[in-house]
Ligand binder design. Structure first.
Ligand SMILES: *[C@@H]1O[C@H](CO)[C@@H](O)[C@H](O)[C@H]1NC(C)=O
Ligand SMILES: *[C@@H]1O[C@H](CO)[C@@H](O)[C@H](O)[C@H]1NC(C)=O
Length: 478
């Protein structure tokens, strides 16, 4: 009835009760975007339990992913995913990891990317997402080739990564180069897809699972280790070579929003927007896949000579502070446009690539409407891979807790191949998609696997990363 003893404290006595609210803003680095009350915690536990169950199940079937790590890197080569997570472990941010992995891929996957690769990046510091939308960064492509055929210019991927590192990297530039140098010097195992691609083009020296070194590449990269990226960018005029865009518009994909970059990414975003622009009750994996394939076919037919071409290597990074990087680098043709030509013997340890059409690069970040909902960071090696993989993941995996395993299934599921000119074919080695009109298509003969879709998915604070088996990669986390 009377007031509680607490209220009878004599003047001057300090209040020591613990229900005084903690000061807001203390320890700014520990603020989590997705904190909540007890209900949220309970819900999080339920989700986590379900996720772990699914994790175990998925582990049994796919064996390549983990839940709730500090950061994740997914790429089409296991040593390069590991180079990325090593950078995260050393205190690096998403850009440090992406740079280390991309340089590594330039050594291990010369049939898909190189030091002269063009590229597209979608980068987002998600904890600042209320004030800061994703940044899109692009370089190379067919624009760069028109007009000035400089006889000597620095390799494009290095120029772009130096520019990005100067702005967004926290580790030293030397650390970003080191894993690529080590692999080039000590050697790596030639992947099956590299061997197949080399064989189909009559390029020798790449035998599947053979040990290969690249001493000239190692020497060249090592010669750049003593400089800072600010020095290199002054010498290389990085600013003119890299296009930054902070105002990239999101494309609505049903209840999702997508930021995509690259010529392939633009077509994929359009296909996804069209396919999900139907009554929400009609959104099923097969309806959406059909919509995406129809849109891709039409777009490839109307694009004609401007249809995106080339090969690419895609990677996805999420760091411990929820910074996302979807990076795809690529070439106009396997091994670069100068591969095998007499000019390539001019003493540079890298091969030039001069694209004459837009490149099929397709990085993307896709988020659902809730701040703490599901987000995908996708490094897709073609627009079709992005459109079809994302369509499947967003239509089947978006709703319930089944999303975790669903996303892996969605990406691994059969795709419809959109050939140049818009003809369709079925993917070899996969059972056809469950669609009456598509099941009778011819099967693609090519033995070289389709472009991969490597992704990291974040739900609340849980990360799931997966490297598409088509790319032969493995995701890595720490
Ligand atoms: C890079 O570093 C070396 C050695 O410190 C120096 O001689 C060279 O001028 C530097 N290059 C640039 C472009 O700053
Ligand atoms: C695949 O190869 C077989 C035999 O080489 C050939 O008969 C068939 O037409 C090819 N299919 C396609 C879609 O190219």
């Amino acid at each position: 009835m009377s007031s509680s003893p607490d209220l009878q404290l004599p003047p001057g006595v300090v209040e020591l009760r613990e229900d005084v609210p903690l000061k807001a803003g203390s320890g700014s680095t520990s603020t989590r975007l997705c904190a909540g009350g007890p209900r949220l915690i309970l819900a999080a536990f339920a989700t986590l339990t379900a996720a772990i169950t699914l994790a175990l199940l998925t582990q049994i079937y796919y064996g390549d992913y983990e839940v709730v790590p500090h950061g994740s890197v997914s790429s089409s080569a296991a040593p390069c995913s590991r180079a990325g997570t090593a950078a995260l472990r050393a205190g690096g941010r998403a850009l440090d990891a992406a740079a280390a992995a991309a340089l590594c891929l330039a050594v291990l996957a010369p049939h898909r990317t190189s030091l002269d690769a063009s590229g597209s990046l979608v980068y987002w510091e998600y904890r600042s997402s209320r004030t800061q939308l994703p940044t899109v960064v692009e370089w190379g492509g067919e624009d760069a080739a028109s007009g000035k055929q400089l006889t000597s210019r620095p390799p494009r991927l290095l120029v772009a990564l130096a520019a990005l590192h100067a702005k967004l990297g926290v580790l030293s530039w030397s650390q970003a180069l080191q894993p690529a140098i080590d692999l080039a010097r000590e050697g790596f195992l030639v992947s099956e897809s590299l061997a197949l691609e080399a064989e189909s083009r009559g390029i020798t020296g790449y035998t599947s699972t053979a040990h290969r070194t690249e001493p000239a590449l190692a020497d060249y990269l090592e010669s750049l280790q003593s400089n800072t990226t600010a020095e290199l960018c002054a010498a290389w005029s990085c600013d003119g070579a890299v296009r930054w865009r902070d105002d990239a518009a999101a494309v609505s994909v049903g209840s999702w929003r997508a930021w995509a970059a690259g010529a392939g990414g633009a077509l994929a975003a359009e296909a996804l927007h069209a396919a999900f622009g139907i009554d929400s009750l009609q959104i099923t994996p097969s309806n959406v896949l059909k919509g995406v394939v129809d849109s891709l076919r039409t777009q490839w037919q109307t694009a004609g000579a401007q249809a995106p071409v080339g090969v690419a290597s895609g990677l996805a990074v999420v760091d411990a502070r929820d910074t996302y990087a979807a990076l795809v680098t690529g070439l106009s043709m396997p091994f670069g446009s100068d591969a095998g030509s007499a000019e390539s013997e001019t003493g540079t340890p890298w091969t030039r690539d001069e694209p004459t059409a837009p490149l099929d690069l397709a990085p993307a970040i896709v988020v659902d409407q809730h701040v703490c909902g599901t987000r995908y960071v996708m490094g897709a090696e073609s627009g079709a891979a992005l459109a079809e993989g994302a369509a499947s993941a967003l239509s089947g995996g978006g709703a319930g807790a089944a999303g975790a395993a669903g996303a892996v299934d969605a990406v691994e599921g059969a795709r419809v191949v959109v050939l140049p000119g818009g003809a369709l074919a079925l993917e070899r080695g996969h059972s056809p998609p469950d669609l009456p009109d598509l099941a009778t298509l011819p099967t693609l003969n090519a033995s070289i696997p389709l472009p991969a879709l490597n992704f990291v998915q974040q739900r609340g604070d849980a990360l799931l990363s997966h490297a598409d088996s088509r790319g032969g990669g493995v995701a890595s986390r720490f």
